[in-house]
Design a protein around this ligand. Structure first.
Ligand SMILES: [Zn+2]
Ligand SMILES: [Zn+2]
Length: 436
């Protein structure tokens, strides 16, 4: 056999192997599509049920029971009560292979729903000492229902799965009630990523800025860190007509608000990463003719880089304290780190994008711009490589700008996204496990 003949045979072998692999991939995709069709109505029904019965962070008792009962009915190994109401299901495939984790969040928000849907929430509950409406206005009802559907499809395909799938249903992504721990960081603390340890974790978010059928992802920093800022400015109380006899914390607070805005515009390099500092509330004083003793300000800080985050924290403390000092007052600055930057592992993001393109269509998957909202999915990514992506909920023909954003009382999703989510997640899981 001459050298050229050998190369031809080798090329034919590679071609045949690739062809066989492609064929088995497309058969698998077809099977997933069929199974997604069969679970679609159930997924819609779960989503509506969860939507109509929303629960706040760390109080997802009914939702987690629904999830746990479903996972048990599929024959999964189920653990409950993790991080208050979290549920973990383990599906061992029929073939050897790695472990991969899939995550959904189950909590609703303290918002009164105004969608007018027949299954709209009428629930009310206590939040931070106040009675509030409760509604799924961030799409977590959809995330939970999608992952229940994914479990259903994968349980049916169990014998052909080369590895183990760990389902993580977590509470309190939007934050815990004041004074309580919760969410992804508590799930991790209580062992959600142990026994078995997953090699990778996948998660998605329904997104009101993206068209139905499309997915946005980004390698590297994707969603911002989110920190809570509290500043107490202290002055000296006096008569409103005699300011020179005291120290006015309202004027100091006003200067601090403006001073903080110069951190991004004048002090940090705007070319590196975007950042946001927002003062959301200023409270102080109770009469027109009294200069109060103190003013309290609260706000949020968003960054996309850990170094810049720490730098901005230092600059905020420095600006507030120096400004207060220049008027004879003081500023006590407290910054609480709530969410880390959601950073998609570069290699995993490349893989994830390929899988999404194959299952959703080449032109439907795009690189999303960075966003200044936060996600506690970042807590899992600190432990294992993770891939997080957005799925569009805006129906065809509707310009995204006319659609109500996540957290609006009128936030609404096209339920077609549920089946799209099931298919995308099942494909992602099996593509990952089969690549070994
Ligand atoms: Zn949200
Ligand atoms: Zn959310």
């Amino acid at each position: 056999m001459n050298q050229y003949a050998f190369m031809t045979i080798a090329a034919v072998t590679v071609f045949t192997t690739n062809f066989a692999a492609a064929q088995s991939d497309s058969l698998r995709q077809q099977r997933i599509a069929e199974l997604a069709d069969t679970v679609e109505n159930k997924v819609i029904a779960w989503r509506r049920d969860i939507h109509q019965n929303p629960e706040l962070g760390n109080r997802e008792f009914r939702t987690s029971k629904l999830v746990a009962d479903h996972l048990r009915s599929l024959g999964l190994e189920v653990k409950t009560g993790i991080a208050h109401t979290g549920v973990i299901g383990i599906l061992k495939g029929g073939l050897p292979g790695p472990v991969v984790a899939l995550r959904a969040d189950m909590d609703a928000l303290p918002v009164s729903e105004e969608t007018g849907l027949p299954f709209a929430s009428k629930t009310r509950a206590m939040w931070a000492g106040q009675e509030v409406g409760v509604a799924h206005v961030c799409g977590h009802d959809g995330h939970t229902a999608i992952l229940m559907g994914v479990a259903d499809v994968l349980a049916t395909m169990k014998d052909q799965i080369p590895g183990t799938v760990k389902f993580i249903f977590q509470p309190a992504e939007e934050g815990s009630p004041p004074g309580e721990e919760g969410g992804a960081s508590l799930m991790v603390k209580e062992g959600a990523l142990k026994n078995p340890v997953p090699e990778a974790v996948f998660g998605l978010h329904l997104n009101s800025r993206t068209q139905l059928g499309r997915a946005g992802y980004r390698a590297g920093p994707f969603m911002a860190s989110g920190d809570t800022l509290k500043i107490i400015v202290k002055g000296a109380q006096t008569h409103g007509a005699l300011p020179w006899l005291g120290i006015d914390p309202i004027v100091i607070a006003s200067q601090v608000v403006l001073g903080l805005q110069t951190i991004q515009s004048r002090q940090v390099n705007v070319l590196l990463e975007p950042s946001v500092i927002t003062v959301g509330a200023i409270n102080g004083g109770n009469r027109s003719n009294i200069i109060p003793e103190s003013v309290e300000m609260i706000g949020t800080i968003r960054t996309l880089d850990e170094g810049m985050r720490l730098d901005i924290h230092r600059r905020i403390a420095n600006s507030a304290q120096s400004i207060a000092q220049s008027s004879g007052g003081t500023a006590e600055v407290t910054i609480t780190r709530d969410y880390d930057v959601t950073t998609n592992d570069e290699k995993l993001a490349d893989f994830g994008a390929r899988s999404l393109r194959a299952s959703m269509g080449e032109s439907n998957v795009f690189v999303n711009p960075k966003v200044t909202v936060s996600e506690d999915f970042s807590a899992y990514q600190k432990v294992v490589p993770g891939f997080f992506f957005f799925l569009g909920v805006v129906p065809e023909g509707t310009p995204p700008k006319t659609v109500f954003p996540n957290h609006s009382p009128k936030f609404w999703i096209d339920e077609k996204v549920l089946k799209i989510g099931v298919k995308a997640m099942v494909n992602l899981t099996l593509d990952y496990l089969s690549q070994k």
